[in-house]
Structures are given as structure tokens and as C-alpha cells.
Design a protein around this ligand. Structure first.
Ligand code: OSB
Ligand code: MG
Length: 374
């Protein structure tokens, strides 16, 4: 399709429950949604950059002007029929992967609609149901955390991931394991530890965790390799993996035994598939991470999770864990067995609720090519 317009929208959506990681607590999300349009077609993408540059250097207010000034002009007026054509057009801009991913994924979305194919098939997926886990943030008390775990287990989730940081780790894990000796449990530190804490991190081994996610610096591979040699627990990298090349480097150096793939963090579906393929060739399992997405990003995560090597439960869970009302129809639902059934309709299988999006939008900008419309 010839790309005629790119629309940016910021929607504000309060979370049903606050979410706290080692870098802070949030109560509400500001989400940048993009549409790419042309020749009567439209694709949706979600930019997963946060409200603040804490998880990564990108944030909503870096993504918006970067798309406006550089990324959208590189696409407007061009003929792009396939999502995989986006990356080379955007390559002149360094970094800003979440901003790029929003556009690239919108093009994949449009391509799937145009071809009347499910997005998951277009991506090369095979799974018909997705195993689901949950990511549980730091709570105000141990009791509240135990209650939340109980609730998620009752809902059927297959893996519980706890956010940890110094002061909210070993004691918490002792309590959780005392109550549930056998559940599949992992932790995510979001880079909260340093080399001085090797001895402390070794204590995590007693809890037979499925993995410890991103214990050290967000941009590090080398010291994770050193740490992995010291631990029995598998390290999973999240923040450190921004490309297929990073994944290859991490696997080769032994920095991790598992990788979390977030399509925004690596710059779009094309690079996410590369990370997946690198890991599959080396028999390193992957799972799909989450960024507290609205239904649009969530639907894209489901499609990605159908690729064969997504063999561990991801952080892709039901809409109602985050939102009173999601912006897709139907909402994302998880069965009592902890599975999401993959939908067979063309596109994502989730209809975007334009009416509700319009109501939630606080800022909107429509971009056209140099020569006026398109
Ligand atoms: O590290 O996986 C992470 C949310 C925001 C930033 C980083 C992370 C997370 C999550 C949330 O863990 C997962 C979800 O969407 O449920
Ligand atoms: Mg993580």
C-alpha cells in the first residue's frame, strides 16, 4: 500500500491495580498508539515505551517527536506492502526501537488485514494456544503479595513471576515457597543488583526458580555470563537483548539460558523473529514479555507467541488484570487452564474499539507526506 497518513494518539488508561518494579510504581498508563493508513487500509501499532525513561531510555515523549520528525517521514508516500520492508527504511535512525516497532507492527497488522490472513500465520506461527504466566509487582506487604499469588493461581496461570529488589527478595521467597513448594516460580530484578551482590544472589538457588530475570545492568552481557557460571538458577535476559545479534552474543558467552522477547524492545516483529530463530538454533527457550500493554499490543504479543520456540509461559495475560475496559473486542481472556486460544480471523482477531479510543485520547496528530495528502 502507498502510505498516505500516520496518526499518533496518546491514550490514558488507569491500571486496575498499581504496578511496582525495582525502578518505581505506576498507577496509570500513557500509551502511544499509531495507525498507518493508505489505499483504504489501516494497521494499528502500540508503542510500549513507558511514562518515564526508567525501564529503557525511551519514553512516550521521546517516541512521539522521533516518529514525527524522522520515522514517519521515512515511510510516508512510500509503497510498503509488507511489514518486513519497514526496518531498512527506518534504519538510518539509531536506537528508538520501541518507536520503530510501533510503526513496523502497524504495517504487519495492515498486511495481515490486506491478505485476509491471521497475523500469527503471517509471522510464521504454529501454536494454537498460548501458555500464560503473570508478572506480580512489589506490594505494600508480604500478606498482600501472598493474596495476589493465590488469586492468580486460582485463575489458572501457569507461572508466577515476582518482581524483586534488594530488601524485597529472599524473605519474600521464603514465605512464598513455604506456602507453595512446587509452583513454577521465577523472579525479575530489572537490573537491581550489582557484582557486589554475587553472594546474595547465590541465595536464590535454594528456591528452585525457573529463572532469575535481568539481575544486573540493563546493557550488560559480560557480567551476566560471569554470574551465570556462579548460579544454578537459569538467568533470563530482558533489557540486555535489543537485537538478534545481542541474543547470539548472550547465548555464545553463556550469559543466560533463557531469553525474554519483547517486540518493542527489539524494534519490531522482524527483529523479534530473528531473536527467536537465533535462540531456537541454539536450543535456548524464549517467552514473550509484557509492557502493561493495551489490547492492541497484547494482541500482537499473542500472535508473536505462536512461534514454535516460545515454549515457556509468557507475561501475556488477561485484559481484566490491567484494565476496567480494554480497547479491543473481545477482550483478551485466559482459560481456567491458563491458556489463551489463538483466534483465526484475519488480522489479530481482536477488533479495535475506535469509539472508546476516541474517548481516551488526550492528544492526537495526523502526519501526511511532504506533498500534502500522501
Ligand atoms: O521487566 O518485564 C518487565 C512491565 C514494565 C516494564 C518492565 C517489565 C514489566 C513487566 C510487566 O514485568 C509484564 C506485564 O505486562 O504483565
Ligand atoms: Mg523483565
Amino acid at each position: 500500500m502507498k502510505i498516505e497518513a500516520i496518526t499518533l494518539r496518546e491514550v490514558q488508561m488507569p491500571l486496575v491495580h498499581f504496578f511496582e518494579t525495582s525502578f518505581g510504581r505506576i498507577y496509570s498508563r500513557r500509551i502511544l498508539l499509531v495507525t498507518v493508513e493508505g489505499e483504504g487500509l489501516r494497521g494499528w501499532g502500540e508503542c510500549v515505551a513507558g511514562e518515564d525513561p526508567f525501564y529503557s531510555s525511551e519514553w512516550i515523549e521521546s517516541a512521539w517527536p522521533t516518529i514525527k520528525k524522522y520515522l514517519a517521514p521515512a515511510l510516508l508516500g512510500k509503497n510498503v506492502s509488507q511489514g518486513r520492508e519497514a526496518a531498512p527504511l527506518l534504519a538510518r535512525v539509531r536506537g528508538h526501537r520501541m518507536a520503530k516497532a510501533a510503526l513496523e507492527n502497524a504495517l504487519w497488522d495492515a498486511e495481515a488485514r490486506e491478505k485476509k490472513q491471521p497475523l500469527w500465520k503471517l509471522l510464521g506461527g504454529t501454536r494454537r494456544e498460548i501458555p500464560c504466566g503473570v508478572s506480580i509487582g512489589i506490594q505494600d506487604s508480604h500478606e498482600q503479595l501472598l493474596e495476589r499469588i493465590e488469586m492468580e493461581l486460582a485463575a489458572g496461570y501457569r507461572r508466577i513471576k515476582l518482581k524483586v529488589k534488594p530488601g524485597w527478595d529472599v524473605k519474600v521467597l521464603e514465605k512464598v515457597r513455604a506456602r507453595w513448594a512446587d509452583i513454577t516460580l521465577s523472579v525479575d530484578a530489572n537490573s537491581a543488583y550489582t557484582l557486589d551482590e554475587f553472594e546474595h544472589l547465590r541465595k536464590f538457588d535454594q528456591f528452585h526458580l525457573l529463572m532469575i530475570e535481568q539481575p544486573l545492568w540493563n546493557d550488560d552481557i559480560y557480567y551476566h555470563a560471569r554470574l551465570q557460571k556462579e548460579l544454578n538458577t537459569a538467568i533470563c535476559l530482558d533489557e540486555s537483548i535489543e537485537s538478534g545479534r545481542d541474543a547470539a552474543c548472550a547465548v555464545e558467552t553463556g550469559a543466560c539460558r533463557i531469553i525474554n522477547i519483547k517486540v518493542g524492545r527489539v524494534g519490531g516483529f522482524t527483529e523479534a523473529k530473528k531473536v527467536h530463530d537465533v535462540c531456537q538454533a541454539k536450543r535456548v527457550p524464549v517467552w514473550c514479555g509484557g509492557m502493561l500493554e493495551s489490547g492492541i499490543g497484547r494482541a500482537h504479543n499473542i500472535a508473536l507467541s505462536t512461534l514454535e520456540n516460545f515454549s515457556l509461559p509468557g507475561d501475556v495475560s488477561a485484559s481484566k488484570r490491567y484494565w476496567k475496559e480494554d480497547i479491543v473486542e473481545p477482550e483478551v481472556e485466559v482459560s481456567r487452564e491458563g491458556l489463551i486460544a489463538v483466534r483465526d480471523e484475519a488480522g489479530t482477531g481482536y477488533r479495535v474499539r475506535d469509539d472508546l479510543i476516541e474517548k481516551l485520547t488526550v492528544k492526537k496528530e495526523i502526519l501526511h507526506g511532504k506533498n500534502g495528502r500522501g
